[in-house]
Ligand binder design. Sequence first.
Ligand code: NAG
Ligand code: NAG
Ligand code: NAG
Ligand code: NAG
Ligand code: NAG
Ligand code: NAG
Ligand code: NAG
Ligand code: NAG
Ligand code: NAG
Ligand code: NAG
Ligand code: NAG
Ligand code: NAG
Length: 472
Amino acid sequence: MATWRTSTQTLVLLCFLVLTKVNFLEAAESNTRSQNVACIERERNALLEFRKGLKDPSGWLSSWVGKDCCNWTGVNCSNTTGNVVVLHLKTMDYCGSVGHSEAFNRGTCLSGTLSPSLLNLTYLSYLDLSGNNFQGIPIPEFIGSLKTLRYLDLSRAAFIGEVPRSLGNLSYLEYLAANNWVEAVNMLPSLTTLDFLLCELQDFAESLTINFTSLSVLDLSYNNFNTTIPFWLFNITTLQRVNLQRSEIKGSLPEVSRGSLCNLRTLDLSLNAINGKIKGFIDALGGCGNNTLDYLDLSSNNLQGKLPDFLGNLKYLSVLRLAQNSFSGSLPWSIGNLSNLVMLDLPFNFMNGAIVESIGQLTRIATLNLYGNSWEGTITENHFRNLSRLSIFALSSIGKSVVFNLNPDWVPSFSLYEIAISNCQLGPRFPTWLRTQVDAFEIILSGAGISDIIPVWFWNLTSRLWVGGSFG
Ligand SMILES: *[C@@H]1O[C@H](CO)[C@@H](O)[C@H](O)[C@H]1NC(C)=O
Ligand SMILES: *[C@@H]1O[C@H](CO)[C@@H](O)[C@H](O)[C@H]1NC(C)=O
Ligand SMILES: *[C@@H]1O[C@H](CO)[C@@H](O)[C@H](O)[C@H]1NC(C)=O
Ligand SMILES: *[C@@H]1O[C@H](CO)[C@@H](O)[C@H](O)[C@H]1NC(C)=O
Ligand SMILES: *[C@@H]1O[C@H](CO)[C@@H](O)[C@H](O)[C@H]1NC(C)=O
Ligand SMILES: *[C@@H]1O[C@H](CO)[C@@H](O)[C@H](O)[C@H]1NC(C)=O
Ligand SMILES: *[C@@H]1O[C@H](CO)[C@@H](O)[C@H](O)[C@H]1NC(C)=O
Ligand SMILES: *[C@@H]1O[C@H](CO)[C@@H](O)[C@H](O)[C@H]1NC(C)=O
Ligand SMILES: *[C@@H]1O[C@H](CO)[C@@H](O)[C@H](O)[C@H]1NC(C)=O
Ligand SMILES: *[C@@H]1O[C@H](CO)[C@@H](O)[C@H](O)[C@H]1NC(C)=O
Ligand SMILES: *[C@@H]1O[C@H](CO)[C@@H](O)[C@H](O)[C@H]1NC(C)=O
Ligand SMILES: *[C@@H]1O[C@H](CO)[C@@H](O)[C@H](O)[C@H]1NC(C)=O
């Protein structure tokens, strides 16, 4: 009993078998018995009793006759002891949902009730009933007493109601797939990793007395929550990696108290419909003196407002993705303090101020994507002062203009791979510094206000040249 409190646990909801097989499954497989170990009578009776409770209109379990229960469909035994270790009654057929009678079933679909006779399978480590249609019965309490379980999948099987608290007794459990995930998981304070991606989850409990004391990795991406981020989520101070990508999150970011997400390293909220401003949120993150946030992806949401000054406090940030939102204003000067930044991805927003010279201090930056905004002001050599690692540079200004005011003899310290400059004043002279860009794979220059004709050397830089607008 004490083990699950002290040891750490990992739960993975295996919704569409996105994960590769893990070790204990291999062990279960190699455990298939040799022919001379017979089915144990007590366990055979338990299986027969279990079958009695089930409705099986397709006759899926018709092989469940005779003495050799280890040979029955969905049953695997230990090859040394003959004990039943696996009960694998997952179906991939469509079995309908609550409200559909079993007459609806056309494939291998089970319904009915789950007999506690399973408790007599003393070595059962793997139980998968997913995809069947139990028509709204609750998950029985006794499941929590199957103490040897390591893998439990009850997902998409039309169980309704609370996941029983007794699941917290499953000390060896490594995989759990069930509905009502929040309540189930909250009973496992020692949980460190919760990986519920692609689960069609809809329930994201609005309120919860949080019980997690060790949760550090939370992946709920690709679900269908259709709700705001519940305010309790960011009160889990142990979180290090959070992924809510494409999970139908809407509304504004929850209020986070300063210094409550100090362990966060990765946060991905991309591809949702989150709106409002990010100032409070960034202030909270940047308010941790010891913050180690390394990856922040807020792209493809409806976020707006200015990028806050506190951004510059996230000094370990290496990837900052803010593409396809409605951010406006200029870049904060403090961005120059992000000395670990490798990627700044900000295309397709409404940024409309000057591009601050402090970006010239981003010594590690490789990708600077400022395309599709309404920038103004002037770009000088100072903007590129320390950007020797720059590889992708994209800049365009819609409706406004940015003027490049570079010394004609300027030799940049970078060698770009991709260059895209549109709707800016790069000319009127043809920019000679481009001649140094011999590693370029693709160059896009359009509406760059150049009045010279294109020099011959330019055509030799790369075969992928896209030039538009008027040249000489
Ligand atoms: C059960 O045994 C069969 C035959 O050995 C094997 O193919 C299958 O993977 C096993 N199932 C599980 C869940 O271990
Ligand atoms: C029984 O399982 C063990 C490992 O658990 C494996 O090494 C052995 O080959 C298996 N024996 C048979 C007959 O399948
Ligand atoms: C059970 O074993 C026999 C051979 O012993 C085999 O012919 C039969 O197909 C097996 N049944 C199942 C359901 O695996
Ligand atoms: C387990 O099996 C014994 C007989 O071997 C039986 O008396 C008992 O009721 C069974 N337990 C459950 C929970 O079905
Ligand atoms: C779970 O464990 C508690 C003790 O920690 C015990 O009181 C309870 O009966 C157990 N529940 C089940 C379903 O085994
Ligand atoms: C918190 O975890 C403890 C220990 O497992 C459990 O007894 C308690 O019911 C849980 N509280 C909630 C609100 O789930
Ligand atoms: C999402 O929730 C809103 C109400 O908040 C509802 O009108 C809408 O139909 C829901 N969308 C989906 C896909 O469930
Ligand atoms: C979150 O933490 C703050 C500060 O510690 C506290 O005031 C608030 O009540 C907490 N909220 C929840 C839902 O635990
Ligand atoms: C940062 O400090 C807070 C307390 O101020 C502490 O809880 C947290 O563990 C620290 N984080 C790291 C990564 O050291
Ligand atoms: C970087 O931070 C220091 C203080 O920590 C500040 O004095 C300096 O102005 C900042 N630089 C930028 C570019 O914001
Ligand atoms: C930035 O470049 C200037 C010279 O252009 C140099 O003096 C300075 O040390 C560089 N800063 C960093 C952090 O590399
Ligand atoms: C362009 O490349 C061709 C063949 O690689 C070479 O003959 C020619 O001199 C080059 N022109 C210039 C201007 O570098």
